[in-house]
Design a protein around this ligand. Structure first.
Ligand code: C2G
Length: 131
């Protein structure tokens, strides 16, 4: 049984997120997603449109996702890898190199982000249309 874990805010869920989950699900039997809590987002300097509960509900509804857990801090990844017997930690390559410390516990994968879509771009485009 191969298990992958990934983490993120996943606000305004879009096809970039879906394609990440789809690619990861093709590499494993179980895909665990850590969704950033609102408190942790504040630490990341992010303010999501949807609350943690709403974002967790949306991510849980994605057919590629097996389990959703809260991402509450930067430190939990190592513990999560052990707790859930994770084989691969994966995240988009905008984080390239940032989580190499996990290589002592599991494989670390940085996947290419999907081009020309981001939550920020969605928000900016909507703001322009509303103006
Ligand atoms: N992503 C992607 N393609 C996009 C947009 C996002 O592949 N067009 C990926 C990102 O690379 C990331 C995941 O989707 O792996 C979630 O992105 P965000 O919600 O922006 O998460 P982030 O703020 O990067 O938080 O501890 C890790 C952090 O919680 C990651």
């Amino acid at each position: 049984m191969k298990t992958i874990i990934t983490y993120g805010t996943f606000d305004l869920f879009h096809y970039g997120h879906v394609r990440l989950f789809e690619r990861l699900s093709e590499m494993c039997d179980e895909l665990i997603v850590g969704v950033s809590t609102d408190e942790f987002n504040a630490l990341k300097g992010k303010a999501a449109f949807f609350s943690f509960e709403q974002r967790a509900e949306i991510v849980s509804a994605c057919r590629f996702v097996t389990k959703v857990i809260p991402e509450q801090n930067w430190q939990q990844k190592s513990e999560d890898v052990s707790r859930y017997d994770v084989d691969i930690f994966a995240i988009g390559d905008d984080w390239e190199g940032k989580f190499d410390f996990l290589k002592s516990q599991c494989e670390v994968l940085y996947l290419t982000r999907t081009d020309s879509i981001s939550t920020t771009e969605i928000k900016d485009n909507l703001a322009i249309k509303a103006a």
